[in-house]
Design a protein around this ligand. Sequence first.
Ligand code: FRU
Length: 717
Amino acid sequence: MPSLFSFLFAFAVPAFLHAQSPEIVIADFESADYGAWKSEGEAFGSGPTRGTLPGQMRVDGFAGKGLVNSFLKGDRSTGTLTSPEFKIERRYLSFLIGGGGFIGETCMNLLVDGQPVRTATGPNTKPGGSEHLDPQFWDLSQFAGKTARLQIVDRATGGWGHINVDQIVLTDREPPRDIVNAAREITAEKRLLNFPVKTGAPKRKVEVLVDGKAVRSFEIELAPDQPDWWAPLDISVWPGAKLTVRVDKLRSDSRALESIKQSDDLVDGADLYRESLRPQFHFSSKRGWLNDPNGLVFYRGEYHLFYQHNPYGWNWGNMHWGHAVSKDLVHWEEVGEALYPDNFGTMFSGSAVVDWKNTSGFGKNGEPPMVLFYTADGNPTTQCMAYSTDGRTFTKYEANPLVKEITRGNRDPKVIWHEPTQKWVMVLYVETAGKKHTVHFFTSPNLREWTLASITEGGTDNDRYLFECPDFYEMPVEGTRGTKAWVLSGANSEYAIGSFDGTKFTPEVSKLRGHRGHGFYAAQTYSDEPKGRRIQIGWGQMPSPGMSFNQLQLFPCEQKLVKTAEGLRLTWEPVAEIASLRKRTKEVPAFKLEKSTSNKLADFEAETVEFRAEFTPAPDAIVALNVRGIPVEYDAAKQELRVGDHRTSAPLQNGRQRLTVLLDRTSIEVFASDGLIYVPMPATPKAEDRKFELSAKSGSAEVSKLTLSELSSAWSR
Ligand code: FRU
């Protein structure tokens, strides 16, 4: 009589052994040719493709370096690729597939006895989509032992008329499946919940639920295994609560959900602010992407810097308002997210004011509130408000939105107080018919009710004059007694100067150029600056590849409005507070710089610096500064400034040139012509090159001032 043991043995063990059978790789497409596979027509060529083909969106998700990619000669080519016969010796056939989603036209078929018995396609049938290859598999148990062929087909000639295939494997291990709404319960015990991020992994929607209600929701490239970095979510507002973390779709072999962990500090923060590409005296977020500065306001002794923030990714997305504070515009402390996405949408750019007279009624105990204005990027796109009396916690206005959608995508409210009319003024970017960029002006007595007062027109379509992120402010004209003028600018920093009566802006000059570099965008100026200065911060589009953070805010600049021969113009200079970062300064007494002059900066080595020089060049002079391998040159004959490969005119001022250069790990900012010319640029000097050189490439120059300061890290306190 068979015992229970032998019964189990008889059935269970052979299956178990069977499950151990090694995989059979039918094709990995890593060789230069297709081997015994037969390629017919033009679409597949004579061998596998190595990644993306010219004119194709980025192909990823394949294994190794090669794959089948029938985009050869574009979508219009057709063909078939047929495998040699193989025996179905395992239960499953797994493979990676992407490209067109047309059954019978962009597909892979399995033929048994010459008959198609299985087929699979890519996911795309309409414009957009992705060239990502996803895993699929067929259960072939019913064909065990039979011989079969695979046929990869591209019969389609229009959009998505191609198919991508890779890594075809016979296996007994059940291939991973997608689990819909995978979930995990976590009791909130610490401050942060850390999510594993891998840039390039499929984007998943994550929701955090408390009592069955989604309290946070975002998209994240969840790392299935080893993450690039951990994205922290603040859960301190729900101490002791049972949190459910739900992921819309997760592969069954992903370890993402189980690896989510709690901590009080960043789990991977040992190197924080010392990372190789971490800006040392520019603000960047501890983790994730940032773009526009938002809500720049001085409130209760602190400069506030809010910013467009994706806390969960290296790229743009999930717009939150991140938040940092500083006493001196130089040393910042990141204090967490101020605004989270909500039912109105994600939190796009906007501004902040101090409501000194408590016109809004949000003030408490005689304390004027700080009030934030932002765009909720939902459908519709609306303007909303939030307020705070402690500068740390923010309450969204219960009667949001303040301004309904005018046209889709209207955005970036900047609010100011207009003393003469005792009203608040909001400028808002609105695209009107014919892709016209406009700034709509609204007024309000109390920040709650807004009335459209006037419209100023900017450029059309690709002419980005007054396109998004408007800023509007009045400035004294330097060297006059009390003359003032109004400045209206857009995200690319082109601006107009004119007058304003409380309802309508009348430009006197329009479309003046702002910065002269690259990667300066969406700047905003401070509200309520205590010294009455006009201080501007621009988003520096300077990437930090390979880091757990990306992009930076450029160094705060003091703006002035000066009279020039051409009329009124803005100038930019780094704020005086930069002085607090000077660690050591080399000061060179006045001298004549000639071709033969030895390098006065030869004995100075540093990483992050501030360089200042004033010189009167001979008419044929080229004064060349080498900043850790980055050339900054002034050509007196052309009155031209060159930063790396970039050129811009920079007129001498009374025969004299004054240059200021700020160098950080991923940026360089050059100020010339008494601040009229501001050239911010992405730049990543070689870590090992710490040298500086000043020379005359031709001609000579009387150098009246020359200093080079090593700047200490703003994070080292
Ligand atoms: C400018 C901008 C804004 C928008 C924000 C979204 O960079 O497009 O117009 O509010 O970024 O992050």
